[in-house]
Design a protein around this ligand. Structure first.
Ligand SMILES: *Cc1c(COP(=O)(O)O)cnc(C)c1O
Length: 568
């Protein structure tokens, strides 16, 4: 009997029982079972061989071994952190750090409202309390002390936005017949942004509540498209490692495997040859940033576009941060690089109207080269007992008031206004770059990352610890961004910062001189490392915890932070 001896016991028994019942035996059936088993095994083997080959092709032998090594280290260190003695010690330190955060984030001496007031407050009382809340002790964005966050902030525009909001407070675009004005405004906002990015005829878009939702939807649509058109059931996407973490969030939410690709010095753009090597049959999306958040660098979108066209894979350009600056670089006379739909391989673009579009927070857009592609993000339920239901994105009901405020911002600033804003903001970023390269103190200590063409200037320290410099700036009232891998910090220039950038530069000089002095004293006293008490928040978070092979502790701290945000 061919094959029976190699059959697993249980299978063989059932086969024998079949055989007993049919004394004549059916040679076809024997063959079938054997064949079936072989086919299953063959596909299992093929699947894993293919995975290993893709990995080796994508990362190279050395890269694969390095990955294996870091994964092993991470896992082993994770076990170490969970060992009985270690765990209680780690827990204790995490709790201490969270308690320290709490004193800053949730001051103890405040009246708290934890239940509804028995009787509603008078308008006067509510207004008074709102005023107190708005003027709570805070980092002064109004005086230009905050990187990013508030991109415009001028009173006139704020007043107009508030008025627009007030007119449409009750509006919800899910009912276009009830709020036809909101439907019209939303469609027009999308159309205006499409035109800004040189969308071809037939292009389409949606508005969302923020860059993260735009990116989530772009990834979801790419996944659905890959499934519907190419039968991909194990989707993968390839990101620059500097791409916004919203893409990794999409990977987690929508079960899309993420491949990160290095952005090597000196350009700090994604290595397109490596992207190419990582493409396989399961790739549903390539990604480039224009520019990325950490370093403000625009990837080589032209090269990505050529690759996307050649391999017939969608390419998303994340212009969330670039928003209304990058489309104006050329007109403002600044150096620029291709980034929009004029590159034939670009299929989707995210653009945040609530960043340099100066709309209030809760506004972003996602643009599609074709209407068919956009339909992949739609959700339609024809059979719900609540009626036929259709919504374009994640949300059901949406705030029409925010759309109105966005529309009002775009119409009131206009092309000339955005051009002027681009000149001022990007112009300031260039001045800051020049100052860092020319001032003797700054040039000696800071090294600018790549060639920033837009509003973000990122730098590393040559000798000092960059996180000490970040903490020094915090002590002077600045809220700048600390970065990691590599250790660095950045400033995202906004309208408020443009007014005070010189003070920013001179404060940076002072902080660097101060840190150098501390370093000299430390060396003179024969101390090698900083004392624990000397480390500021950034130095503590990124200097110590950041260097661990397993970031479990950082995750615990960050979750504690999120919990605190909801502590009434
Ligand atoms: C801000 C930003 C995002 C995400 O936008 P949110 O509005 O914060 O959700 C995405 N990509 C880049 C490059 C960004 O700077």
């Amino acid at each position: 009997m061919p094959g029976t001896s190699r059959m697993p016991v249980s299978l063989r028994e059932s086969f024998n029982s079949v055989k007993k019942r049919r004394p004549q035996g059916n040679p076809l059936q024997v063959l079938n079972l054997d064949l079936f088993r072989n086919i299953v095994f063959f596909f299992f083997l093929l699947r894993w061989t293919r995975k290993v080959l893709w990995k080796l092709k994508g990362r190279g032998l050395l890269g694969t071994l390095v990955e294996l090594y870091t994964d092993t280290r991470r896992i082993l260190y994770g076990y170490f952190l969970r060992m009985p003695g270690v765990r209680t010690q780690v827990r204790k330190q995490v709790n201490e750090a969270i308690a320290k955060m709490q004193t800053k984030l949730v001051p103890a001496n405040q009246t708290r409202y934890l239940t509804l007031p028995k009787e509603g407050w008078s308008e006067e009382e509510v207004r008074k309390e709102l005023e107190a809340l708005a003027t709570m002790d805070h980092t002064r964005w109004e005086d230009g002390y905050v990187s990013g966050a508030v991109y415009h902030g001028e009173d006139e525009l704020l007043k107009l936005q508030t008025e627009a909001y007030g007119k449409f407070t009750v509006a919800n675009p899910i009912h276009p017949d009830v709020f036809p004005g909101v439907r019209k405004m939303e469609a027009e906002v999308v159309a205006m942004v499409l035109s800004l990015f040189n969308a071809p005829p037939g292009a389409a878009g949606v508005s969302t509540i923020g860059g993260t939702e735009s990116i989530l939807m772009a990834c979801l649509a790419a996944r659905q498209k890959g499934y519907a058109e190419r039968g991909i059931t194990e989707p993968e996407m390839i990101l620059p490692e500097t791409a916004h973490t919203a893409f990794r969030k999409a990977g987690e939410y929508f079960k899309i495997k993420v491949h990160l690709v290095a952005c090597p010095a000196p350009a700090h753009q994604v290595d397109v040859r490596r992207v190419s090597r990582l493409i396989n049959k399961n790739t549903v999306l390539l990604v480039g940033s224009a520019p990325n958040f950490p370093h403000g660098i625009i990837d080589d979108i032209s090269a990505l576009s050529r690759l996307a066209l050649k391999r017939k894979i969608p390419l998303h350009v994340d212009c969330c941060l670039g928003s209304f600056l990058v489309p104006f670089l050329e007109k403002a006379g600044f150096e620029t690089t291709p980034f929009d739909f004029r590159l034939k391989g670009v299929t989707t673009i995210s653009c945040d109207t609530h960043k340099y579009g100066f709309a209030p927070k809760g506004n972003s857009t996602l643009l599609y080269r074709t209407q068919e592609h956009r339909a992949y993000q739609y959700f339609v339920d024809p059979s719900w007992s609540g009626g036929v239901y259709a919504s374009p994105g994640m949300a059901g009901s949406r705030p029409g008031a925010l759309i109105a405020a966005c529309w009002a911002s775009l119409m009131s600033v206009g092309e000339s206004g955005y051009l002027r804003a681009c000149e001022e903001i990007v112009g300031t970023a260039k001045k800051l770059v020049d100052r860092i390269r020319e001032s003797s103190v700054l040039a000696a200590e800071l090294e600018i990352i790549g060639n920033p063409l837009v509003s973000v200037v990122a730098f590393q320290a040559r000798n000092l610890d960059i996180y000490d410099i970040a903490d020094g700036m915090s002590a002077k009232g600045w809220h700048l961004n600390a970065l990691q891998n590599p250790p660095a910090m950045h400033v995202a220039v906004t309208m408020p910062i443009a007014k005070v950038w010189e003070r920013l530069a001179s404060d940076l000089e002072e902080v660097i001189e101060m840190e150098r002095e501390k370093e000299r004293v430390r060396i003179a006293e024969g101390k090698k490392a900083k004392g624990k008490a000397e480390a500021g928040d950034n130095a503590a978070l990124y200097g110590v915890a950041g260097s661990l092979p397993n970031k479990g502790v950082v995750v615990d701290l960050a979750k504690g932070f999120l919990d605190l945000c909801y502590k009434a």
